[in-house]
Design a protein. Structure first.
Length: 195
């Protein structure tokens, strides 16, 4: 059976999660597969709590098996089965969570080599989920279109999101950028789109 990895990025409220859900719901219905949602969001403030609730409501009419996995994506791996249609939403939230996870009294962002280990583990985990699931869709925010920040920690975040985006797009069968609810395919089944 063919396995597929799709990477979807876009700005906030660009329609990327809705498009990802639609792809997987249609695919799972056709293949009688199970829908799995890996959620990385944490309700750290009222705005984030409302966004999480909205995402839950948006998918309430479809039977999703949901895993709350704000860090350590690899912990979701044992629950993925063949013929699963898996959505991970989202990479950017996971990265922020991991950068600010405490290790021995300090955050990962301040520990030399910490994020390198986490990024390597992430790439292994993505490959492992891709091997198990029928279709794996990764959603991420496009944050690199903004002017460069003068804050060192923001620069570190942007460096990592840029590197991870590039690596995952290389692995992906399809790479899509959402704009105003419309998908722009930059890569489709191994072919790079030409503009």
């Amino acid at each position: 059976m063919d396995r597929k990895l799709t990477f979807i990025s876009g700005g906030v409220r660009s329609g990327k999660s809705a498009y990802a859900e639609k792809l997987l719901v249609e695919g799972a219905a056709a293949a009688h597969g199970r829908l799995v949602y890996i959620a990385s969001g944490r309700a750290v403030d009222e705005e984030m709590r409302q966004r999480i609730e909205k995402h839950k409501l948006d998918r309430a009419d479809v039977d999703w098996l949901t895993f709350e996995q704000p860090i350590d994506l690899e912990e979701a791996l044992p629950f993925i089965q063949p013929n699963d249609f898996v959505l991970w939403d989202c990479l950017t939230t996971w990265l922020a969570n991991e950068l600010y996870t405490e290790h021995e009294g300090t955050y990962c962002i301040h520990i030399k080599g910490c994020m390198e280990k986490k990024a390597a583990q992430l790439v292994e985990t993505v490959a492992a989920i891709q091997e198990k699931a029928t279709h794996f869709v990764i959603v991420s925010n496009e944050v690199l279109d903004e002017p460069a920040s003068t804050y060192e920690e923001t620069q570190t975040y942007c460096k990592w999101i840029g590197e991870l985006h590039q690596h995952l797009v290389k692995l992906a069968d399809d790479a899509i950028e959402m704009d105003c609810g419309l998908p722009l395919y930059w890569k489709k089944e191994g072919q790079v789109a030409v503009r």
